[in-house]
Write a new protein. Structure first.
Length: 218
């Protein structure tokens, strides 16, 4: 499944307003995840795969930012970044991370914690090529997270990006330090909010090749 719109399957469980999934959870959390993403698309949730990514340096300094998750499959959640950015540097030093999203339209939250793996060059190329030409050019000319030189401006970067597009056309190649990454979940939590604060929480934890489900108090 590459986006919420592509998730297919019948609605069931908490995603359909039926809370039975919290009492009798499926063996595989990705089955429930598909249902939630499908319901999010039907509920007109804006940017359901725009998630907060939390990372930590080798020294334990924590930081968070929003990333667009581009693909969700049975192996995990895929996104791209520059290895030179702060998150890229953090993940090089400490390849563990968390992703979280809250959908206010449905009062639902998803939380993922796990390890990060880098995809190969072909997969990184494909993910980069799926971006718009303007986005690819802007990524190619910028040094993500670097401090601006005194003489440089955002307008200068815009000019450089347009010049690169004029030179390369729509197929600006992927910069060498831009890579596709996958968060492989070791823990997945489904959170269904309630106005009475008696929120439903279901957490899956990976145990070897299987998943263990447990209900959490609000």
């Amino acid at each position: 499944m590459s986006s919420a719109d592509e998730v297919a399957g019948p609605l069931s469980g908490a995603a359909a307003g039926d809370l039975r999934a919290f009492e009798a959870p499926p063996v595989d959390p990705f089955v429930m995840l598909e249902e939630w993403l499908h319901h999010a698309a039907l509920s007109a949730v804006r940017e359901p795969l725009s998630m907060t990514l939390a990372t930590a340096s080798a020294e334990g300094a924590v930081s968070a930012r929003t990333v667009d998750v581009k693909r969700v499959d049975a192996r995990g959640l895929v996104f791209g970044t520059s290895r030179a950015s702060r998150k890229g540097a953090d993940l090089s030093e400490n390849p563990r991370a968390a992703l979280q999203v809250y959908w206010r339209e449905t009062m639902q939250q998803l939380r993922f914690e796990g390890r990060i793996e880098q995809l190969n060059d072909d997969e990184s190329d494909a993910l980069f090529a799926a971006r718009s030409p303007a986005s690819r050019a802007a990524t190619a000319v910028a040094r993500q997270s670097a401090v601006f030189d005194e003489s440089a401006t955002l307008a200068d970067l815009g000019d450089a990006a347009r010049a690169l597009q004029d030179e390369q056309g729509p197929d600006v190649p992927r910069p060498a330090d831009w890579v596709a990454l996958r968060l492989v979940p070791l823990s997945i939590e489904f959170w269904q909010g309630s106005r009475d604060r008696l929120h439903r929480r279901l957490r899956y934890r990976r145990e070897g090749d299987a998943w263990e489900a447990e209900r959490l108090q609000p």
